[in-house]
Design a protein around this ligand. Structure first.
Ligand code: CDP
Length: 206
């Protein structure tokens, strides 16, 4: 691969499927830039919880808003999935994501509509998934490790509710893209899931 050419790894999937961990590991392994696109919607959601208008917040989003650790809470995740149904919010975030996807040197993006809407021409397209129970357990462990006060039942309810909203919306609904490789990580540890994703990227790079 010529390192100045675009090379996009697009990763979609439901809440807490491990897209972020896989995306970061693939980016590090191949020297690609990484964008967790969920953070864009979380940043807009956080602004809305603070009283902002969602469309204005999306249009005025600044890169440093993505670094706020408070974006990782379940309350912000819920609000993110509410603002994510608004077509004008999605439209405001489109150009940034498309430019990131095709940047020189290559990029990994993870989210809900990367393979379907943002970059259907991506050289690698994956749909990473797992059962709701497995995903909820992983997110519960992650939130507890971050010192947040929650229960497994609350996390499972959040995951199921967001999956429903993300899949049923008419603007860029969550679904596996045509031609995407489905990676079901229900029975895979993180190392095995990352190895499977790396194998898919290697196949596409030759
Ligand atoms: O980390 P987790 O999978 O729980 O969520 P996230 O990727 O941070 O995304 C938070 C919310 O943003 C999702 O529930 C979606 O509603 C929305 N989202 C989206 O609509 N499109 C994307 N490309 C990424 C996230």
């Amino acid at each position: 691969m010529n390192s100045t050419q675009p090379f996009t790894v697009a990763i979609d999937g439901p809440a807490a499927a491990g897209k972020g961990t896989i995306g970061r590991a693939v980016a590090a392994r191949f020297g690609l830039a990484h964008l967790d696109t969920g953070l864009l919607y979380r940043a807009v959601g956080a602004e809305v919880l603070g009283g902002a208008d969602p469309v204005e917040a999306a249009r005025n989003l600044e890169a440093r808003a993505l670094e706020n650790p408070a974006l990782r809470t379940a309350a912000v995740a819920q609000e993110a999935s509410k603002v994510a149904v608004i077509p004008e919010v999605r439209a405001a975030l489109l150009d940034f994501q498309r430019a990131f996807a095709r940047r020189a040197g290559g990029a990994v993006l993870d989210g809900r509509d990367i393979c379907t809407v943002i970059c259907p021409q991506a050289e690698v397209k994956m749909f990473v998934t797992a059962t709701p129970e497995v995903r909820a357990q992983r997110r519960y462990d992650e939130l507890i490790a971050r010192g947040q006060d929650t229960t497994y039942a609350a996390v499972l309810a959040d995951v199921v509710e967001r999956d429903r909203r993300d899949s049923e919306r008419s603007a860029a609904p969550l679904k596996p893209a045509q031609g995407a490789d489905v990676l079901d990580t229900s029975q895979l540890g993180i190392d095995a899931a990352v190895a499977a994703a790396i194998a898919l990227v290697k196949e596409a790079r030759v």
